[in-house]
Design a binder for this molecule. Structure first.
Ligand SMILES: *Cc1c(COP(=O)(O)O)cnc(C)c1O
Length: 375
């Protein structure tokens, strides 16, 4: 994470890869086979990040995009009209919109399945199925899918396994090593880590998939800029220390929440006694920094999120600062009342993205708000 792939292509001795702000590159002669010709097709700063993430995920090649959704777009674009893809039933809302309002128009078929239920996934496979796409931890209820189990089924049926690894990062899970073929990140979240850049990454196993994603990246053109590539590269350097703190803080907050009478139920894969915990314990190195919980009916959930002070009221996640949000009003506002109910998202559900502040300061903030409802 700190060093990336060794590089010294400049004469200055700089310890970091330079930010190459050149959109075009000189040919030594008209017949020259140049490595760099035009910066959509390739840029040395972006290439450093692409190799860095490929190395971390244990993949063959990495690709950097201007957003997580641009990365997902490029990945789905390798399929053909008529292909069928099984997708997790609780995937990121933007991915769901991309699939339903965009790719369906181009004759890709999708079936949504609860991917924790391996038998249901297998039952959804059709002759034209080409891939299974899911997130290891769902948002906001943190249900856990076994990458190993899904990849095994996928292999039997010659399907690709595609995992959105945004919530875990390669520090906590390397899906390619568990059998997946393609890993996707919204690098906007933990990899960037500072809420100051929108970016996406794709990592693939094998040269054939590498060629296909590269074709998508260059043809669709949603590449990450050199400056933003540098910000994600820099974010990844501190991912390990940040993530250790996210994990430690999340564990302390969960321990605090489950003791409070105002909390009806906490959702966190680190809590023992669930299928989610069982799977996560086997396949992940930690349980992540996202914690959700249901507030008791007597507490006004809007007042709760508004009265917090260290936890900022905002969507997104995975950065150094702690965030709180009300899924039914914010991240999942697009869902109908019936869909919200289906997903288990009540008006009392709160999602925290636990940051790297002092854990006691965060607990004090939660305490002052919970206590304020007693008066
Ligand atoms: C945020 C997010 C995305 C979309 O990424 P953008 O960088 O916002 O385009 C995709 N998947 C997951 C799990 C996310 O949290």
């Amino acid at each position: 994470m700190v060093h990336g792939v060794c590089c010294s292509d400049n004469n200055t001795g700089a310890v970091n890869v330079p930010i190459y702000n050149s959109s075009t590159y000189v040919y030594q002669n008209a017949d020259a086979k140049v490595k760099w010709d035009y910066a959509r097709s390739g840029n040395p700063t972006r290439a450093f990040l692409e190799e860095q993430i490929a190395l971390l995920e244990g993949g063959t090649r990495g690709f950097a995009f201007s957003s997580g959704l641009a990365a997902i777009h490029a990945a789905f674009a390798i399929f053909e009209p008529g292909d069928h893809i099984i997708i997790g039933d609780k995937i990121y809302g933007g991915t769901f919109r991309l699939v339903n309002q965009y790719f369906k128009k181009w004759q890709l078929e999708f079936t949504t399945v609860d991917t924790q239920d391996v038998a249901a996934v297998e039952a959804a496979i059709k002759p034209n199925t080409k891939a299974i796409y899911f997130e290891t931890f769902t948002n906001p209820l943190l249900r856990v899918t076994s990458v190993k189990a899904i990849a095994e089924i996928a292999k039997q049926h010659h399907l690709l396994t595609i995992v959105d690894n945004t919530f875990l990062t390669p520090y906590l899970q390397q899906p390619l090593k568990l059998g997946a073929d393609i890993v996707i990140h919204s690098a906007t979240k933990y990899l960037g880590g500072h809420s100051d850049v929108i970016a996406g990454l794709v990592v693939v196993k094998g040269d054939e998939l590498g060629e296909k994603i590269y074709f998508s990246q260059n043809a669709l053109g949603g590449v990450l800029s050199p400056e933003d590539s540098n910000l994600i590269r820099r974010g990844i350097q501190t991912l390990g220390v940040r993530m250790d703190r996210h994990l430690a803080n999340a564990a302390k907050i969960v321990a605090f929440l489950i003791k409070r009478a105002e909390i009806v139920k906490a959702y966190y894969p680190g809590i023992e006694g669930s299928v989610d915990h069982e799977i996560a314990q086997k396949e992940c190195r930690g349980f992540g920094g996202i914690v959700s919980f249901d507030l008791a009916a007597a507490i006004d959930s809007k007042a709760f999120v508004e009265r917090l002070s260290l936890f900022k009221l905002a969507v997104s996640l995975g950065a150094v600062e702690s965030l709180v949000e009300l899924p039914y009003k914010m991240s999942h506002a697009e869902l109908s009342v019936a869909d919200l109910q289906d997903c288990g998202i009540s008006t009392q559900l709160i999602r925290l993205s636990v940051g790297i502040e002092d854990a006691q300061d965060l607990i004090d903030d939660l305490t002052q708000v919970l206590d304020s409802f007693k008066k």
